[in-house]
Design a binder for this molecule. Sequence first.
Ligand code: ZN
Ligand code: ZN
Length: 278
Amino acid sequence: MIKWDGHTHSEFCRHGSGEKTKLMVEKAIELGFQVYSITEHAPLPPGIIDDPELAADFTLLPHELDDYFSHLTDIKRFYSGKIKVLAGLEVDYIDGFQDHFDQFTEQYLPYLDDLLVSIHMIKGKNGIAPIDYSPETFDSELISHYGSIEEVHRVYWQNMESLVNHPVHPTLNKRLGHLGLISKYIKRYPIEYNETGYKPDFERLFGLIKNNGWDLDYNVAGLKKDLCHDVYITETMMKFCRRHRIRLIYGSDAHDVKSVGQFYDIYLARARDSVPSN
Ligand SMILES: [Zn+2]
Ligand SMILES: [Zn+2]
């Protein structure tokens, strides 16, 4: 069994703590991690966020990528022999912006040991809207646009299926970031996935995840969110993961030192069968 934190942010992140990446890596070494992926938010396609300050708060800016990757090269060298650091990015998959996604991943392929692809945004009332920014935005941009919570979730899973079917370079280590993030505000905007008739076609989706070579980010950040208090990969989804033998890689989604390795015990307890062995 390999102890791997597959989803972490860095000192480049402006909505994080700003703590030094090295201190985060040292915390991981202290906790006995053998592998550590640094997966900063990649720049969004032009035109998604108009306000430049807000855009800078969300992700790296295009002109920062060179510095980011040389920072990672330094860190890899500095800790070599102590922990295997993987240079990564968390790239957004946005419906309608697939060309940008392809061009971007192609361009940065030589620098990447690891790639997380996440959906943080879907179409909403005023263009592309974040699903995880605030409960108020979730309501005003998404629920009011689609007319029901069920419809918002349906669109998320539809986008996810499109992502899973989207070709990504075959040699790249690739994972779906925090599958199920659409449930971040589930306690305020509740929905039942089975009992009351809402049911995305998980059998088909998880089959595609397996067949198309995706691993999943077992992201534990939801456990700390007041309106979620759970992991995003629910027990229902876990049944499909087990059936299709999908690899689940633990992801702290740490934006600060203290969150590195958080809830690793919960990952082991709930996903033990799906932990990678090498
Ligand atoms: Zn972040
Ligand atoms: Zn994310």
